[in-house]
Design a protein. Sequence first.
Lengths: 781, 182
Amino acid sequence: MRPELNHIEKIDAYLSGNMTPEEKSAFEKQISENQVLAEAVEIQKNLRKALENIRLKSAIQRVRTRYKIYKGIKYTGIVLSATLAGIMLLYSISVFFNGNSSDKNEEEWNIHIPDCPSGSNDCYTPGNLIPSQEFTIDGNQDTVITGKQGLLLVIPQGSFINEKGQTVSGKIQIELKEALDPATIMLSGLSTFSGDRLLETGGMFYIQAYQNGKKLGIVPEGILAKVPVLETKPGMMLYDGEELPDGSVNWIDPKPLVSALMPVDMSQLDFYPPGYISQIQKMELNYSDKAYRDSVYLSFEEQSIETTGIPLLGQEMFKSNCARCHYNNDQKFIGPGLGDVRQRWDSEENLRAFIQNPSELLKTGHPYANQLYKEYGKQQMPAFNMTDREIEAILEYTDSYNRYETDSIIRQMYGISPSKVLAFWNEQFNHTYLATKEFEDRMKKIHHTCDNAILDIYIQNIDKDLYYADSLAAAIYGGEFRNYAALKLGNVASADKKFRILQGFYARQAAIYKEAGIQSTRNFFQKHTELDQHAFAKSITQEAANYSREQKVLVEEYEKNLDEAYRQLGYKRPVNMTSSNNSVTALITSSGWKNIDREVWESVANRTTLDFTDEKGNKAHIGYKECRISVQAFQQFDRIQVYLVPQQLSSYMLIPGNNGTYTEKLNEFLMYDLFVIGYREQQIFLYNRSNFPPGNYPAIILEKTTLQEVNNKLGRSSNYSAAQHLQQSLEYTLFEITDEKRKNHVQWVKKMREELLPVIYPCSYLSENITYDSIQVTKTQ
Amino acid sequence: MKDDNICELIQAGQPEKAFRLLYKEYPKVRSMIRKSGGSTSDAADIFQEALLVVYRKFSSGNISVHTSVNAYLFGVCRYLWYKSQRNRLQMQADTDQVIDDNDAEQWLHEDQKVHLAEKVLTMLGNKCRELLLGFYTSGQSMEALARKFGYASVNTAKTRKYKCLESARTKFREMYQQSQKK
């Protein structure tokens, strides 16, 4: 080494304290004597101090950069208003925001930040070339501002604060700069760097509020900016612009975008329970008519019961968390059966503690926990990080095993009350987040929870961002709602401010719907019960009348035949024979003539020809001839009735038959009028013929007619009483046809309701999977 | 407790970690400086200067502060800020009770020569500066540095280091004489 360098080495050793005391005192002596050496030592000392300074300053620089990125939020948000903001996409997100273990990445923080001479204004101020837009707003009102390039600012009342942190009212000036299209962004000269990472910008803007020339800050709740972007790319975030001394802008403090929701018209959304529309479509109901759909839906209000969504949640939770190791019965699997878990534990508290953290409870020496641990091969259950409610749901579910064992299955269906849904599903709520596709999506999940409380959360918080309600729902129900909450969705941009009024409206509306739903359904079934009773009474009366009429006609015919038989035999008929039912009894007790009488009776009752010869050889003949009537195109008619009115008797006979063919044996000694009446709904068709001779009529054609005409025809009949009876029968048949339709309708409604019920109320206390069958299966596994 | 932590970190030669903790004071300092007409970069400068003061004071083992480190830091910032503004503003009477001028001054006042030395060092080649920083400030061994900078042997690295010091010294003399002439 050159002597010069040795010299330096020596000084270095002296300054580092690497000299022996002797060397040191000798060297110090040299310094005191040698001016040049003293100077050299001093320079070296200064250099070392300077090195230390450089090191410290670069450390500070790194800390500062880091600080700005991590902590910049705090002061930009509150003390200073947001100055520049850009919506950007980080090209490389990896190392930058992935953790707090910054030590490993220490080298990453060596970002070169050039100096801008302090105090000089020569530094290029970013965005200078973009024209400012000035707005004056009233601080006491909600205001919406639209920039020239389409930036929409929604500024609620009281959004700005002064330097003391007080809310500012009165006139406020707002300066707005937009660089939303590529051309303006280039012109602006705004960088798109965050630290040394390049960002892809979706647009930048600058906002600053003033009052009386003083800058104002923005309240922590913030104001909402809707930025028109060409393309929404995943990972886009809002960065705050931090002006660096050299005038460039560093983009820091990325925050996820609040997605403002786009309200659509309520009528375009579907808040029915999932599957409702397709179900009523399948039933060929009038599904295109919303009023009709609503009324069917609301008709289920009566079955609505206030419940929590626990059992269904419990079932899901059990399947996804417990079923791998446990059965829901008393059988061992990898772990014990959970059917009786509640009974097995000493306290609910310990059971819950065990579910949430088994090892903790084991450590406390809890006897049962430790017993289980030993019993199951020292295999410990993993900890389940569940909410109280989720645990409650599982336990409710496991309880259902016992309930099955002890009680008979009662399936109580429940779900979201239709009245609660219909109450907000109207134009009044068009400007709330309820009228968005996003909420439509959530509503499906709400139906799935069967928990009215979850729906209430969304309705009670329409003044807040959607994710606020999402988080509350996630806290209560968990599941899908956690994912929703993570999306951080905002409210609709032009959110209706009349929340209180809306909520009041909702409450009233829900009550009205509830009442209407319950009443109309009850009224429907009550009315039909009454009608059923009425119809039943009527049918009883009619049947009784028919019966006595038939008997009467029979007896009348018998009387006539008997008279005729006597006449033919040449006897006088005994007078005590009366034309009543009793005559049958009388017949048996009388002497002498009973043979004839009985044979006449049998001939009438069986409608067979009577050929009678008495002891004296006198003969009597009463012939019965078959008559066969077939109606053409009988299928067209709902019902066909064939009436024969014997002119000599007081009432008609109804001819039995089927498939449009009616047969009867006619008494050749009587004259008949024929009335064949077809019914199609309320329309009447008639074939009518007087003095109808027996025979085969293969194709009778019925003509359209009216009840009135038939009545007229009957009215002209000489057989007044028979005509009256026939008229009554006709009217009753018409009634019966109508009533049958009504009954079918009620039947159909009941069937439809049975099918719709599980769609509208998807939850039940004992749902399908806990039926006897499924328990059997798990037991034999 | 926090204070102990900060002091410990400084004395353990871990300035960066200490600075991170202390940086939480920055918003207060910044708003204080902005309120009295300073800019963000003023605030950053003052804060940096104040951090150096705090660091020097505590690394010297001279810990006679009656307040928390944070309060001391804030006091130093106020002191430095009003000092830099003294010409323009009348220093307010009630400035600070936390520190007295001498105390801060003692740790603040670096020789002009040290500033000059800093400048000289920044004018050195990157490799030279890194080598010196590595050896003198982060306590890395010559072996490690030789490996890091790709020198054939420790001796080569040592020689290189002294050559760097030498050129810095030469440059320093030059510049010092120039500044004296003015």
